[in-house]
Design a protein around this ligand. Structure first.
Ligand SMILES: Cc1cc2nc3c(=O)[nH]c(=O)nc-3n(C[C@H](O)[C@H](O)[C@H](O)COP(=O)(O)OP(=O)(O)OC[C@H]3O[C@@H](n4cnc5c(N)ncnc54)[C@H](O)[C@@H]3O)c2cc1C
Length: 404
């Protein structure tokens, strides 16, 4: 089954392909072919090209520096970028553009939009996400970061944890308790915090892979202007949920393209190890193939809903659950195929700690071993698998709520 697009999609597809042909190197094989400094340089330069052409936030209104694309054009662009294996932005853009920017367009005041949106796109403001705390992960509404109003400013004291790419950011959007006496969900506000002040301390956390991708962030008398609340004081829960929908849902329509490319690399590696005739390996590969096909069909459904103007909501939990649980299994299979080689990994490291390695990446043992270790994290961040199942049960299928 292939989706049927209206003719204007073909016209726009041609435009995107021409843009890619004009702007990518002639020998382009996908961003996975780059590593180290060459990778950093390419991503930085590519981000500028995307920004200049309105492709960094393609569906945002032109008045805010976006591309003003229709939903259909946006779908075509995402598909072509995923197929070509080009990045949609830099590492922290997932926080600045996908999460915060989209949320500001929905909830921000005009002043917040005109101040922050251009600075997100230019790369002057680099964002990270301050939701989780040591006692508030799945149970996010238990958060305790304290914000007290003192004249025209909020004073913040407390701690966040698991802050991805916090060491690369200069701003953090954060959930804080602004009314300790209100019921849990009703005393929270969504605040925009400048990290360039002495009260903010960022401490790296070392992961099983040896990398330090996330951090603890400590707040001591951190100052936030009063007007930096998004969506109204004590209304942060609704804003936070809007943002989580963008975090979980955005990639669903093109997920399968990336996971198909990864699966093709795995089949190639199975042949290289002389294991393609092993019936047990074949059976496991077949299972993986069916999962990627399921992602494709879930992607089509997301795409159809998106074209009808439906924004990602609780149903985004379905694709989050599907890809993250799949990724644990497929990377474990890769480890079994590599055998002892997987224990002494060599070659190129994956450029991203999350999801499949980049398109065009060579089949290095490091690529598979590191994605194997990182795959566990996929079933935890953006809400654990158990929480996704609760969301699907209660909010998508309408089953009774679990007892509290
Ligand atoms: C790689 C990575 C990056 C992250 N990046 C960020 C970031 O940038 N910013 C940020 O704010 N946070 C981030 N997080 C934190 C992430 O959102 C939390 O880890 C996640 O929400 C789970 O919370 P927790 O770790 O406190 O686990 P807990 O909530 O303590 O859960 C422990 C276990 O109990 C289960 N459980 C909990 N409640 C229920 C329930 N009601 N029903 C069934 N089972 C339940 C969970 O599924 C899990 O298996 C990141 C996490 C990871 C792994």
């Amino acid at each position: 089954m292939q989706p049927v697009y209206p003719p204007e999609a073909d016209t726009y597809r041609k435009t995107v392909r021409e843009f890619l042909a004009d702007n990518l190197p002639n020998d382009w094989r996908g961003i996975g072919a780059y590593e180290g400094e060459a990778l950093e340089r390419f991503v930085a330069e590519w981000r500028v090209v995307l920004h200049k052409n309105g492709f960094l936030a393609p569906d945002w209104p032109k008045e805010y520096g976006g591309g003003g694309l229709s939903s259909l054009e946006m779908v075509v662009l995402n598909e072509e970028f995923a197929r070509a294996g080009v990045p949609a932005g830099a590492a922290n853009d997932v926080f600045g553009i996908q999460m915060l920017g989209n949320t500001l367009l929905r909830w921000g005041t005009e002043e917040q939009k005109t101040h922050y949106i251009p600075r997100i796109l230019s790369g002057d403001d680099v964002w990270c996400q301050g939701y989780s705390e040591p006692n508030a992960g799945s149970d996010l509404s238990n958060l305790g970061l304290k914000a007290q109003l003192d004249g025209d400013q909020w004073i913040l004291n407390g701690q966040k944890i698991w802050t991805s790419a916090g060491h690369l950011a200069n701003h953090i959007f954060t959930l804080a308790r602004t009314d300790p006496d209100a019921p849990r969900h009703k005393g929270i506000s969504f605040l925009l915090v400048d990290m360039r002040q002495p009260g903010i301390e960022v401490r790296p956390i070392k992961m099983i892979s040896g990398e330090s991708e996330f951090n603890e962030v400590f707040y001591t008398d951190v100052v936030v202007p009063k007007e930096n609340v998004v969506g109204g004081v004590n209304n942060g829960w609704a804003v936070a949920m809007t943002l989580l929908g963008f975090e979980r849902g955005a990639a669903a329509a093109v997920n399968s393209i990336r996971y198909q490319a990864e699966f093709d690399r795995l089949v190639e590696m199975t042949r290289a190890y002389g294991k393609a005739a092993d019936p047990k390996i074949r059976q496991r590969l077949a299972w993986c193939h069916t999962r990627v096909q399921m992602m494709r069909f879930v992607g089509y459904r997301t795409l159809t809903q998106f074209l009808r103007g439906h924004q990602p909501g609780p149903d985004a939990a379905i694709s989050k659950l599907l890809w993250s649980e799949y990724h644990k299994v497929v990377t474990e299979l890769a480890m079994d195929i590599m055998g002892p080689d997987g224990l002494v990994p060599t070659g190129r490291m994956p450029s991203s700690a999350f999801g499949a390695d980049d398109p065009g990446a060579p089949n290095s043992t490091n690529s598979w071993a590191m994605t194997f270790l990182n795959a566990r994290a996929g079933t935890i961040y953006a809400g654990s698998s158990q929480i996704q199942k609760n969301i699907v049960g209660e909010m998508v299928l309408g089953l009774p709520k679990e007892p509290k």
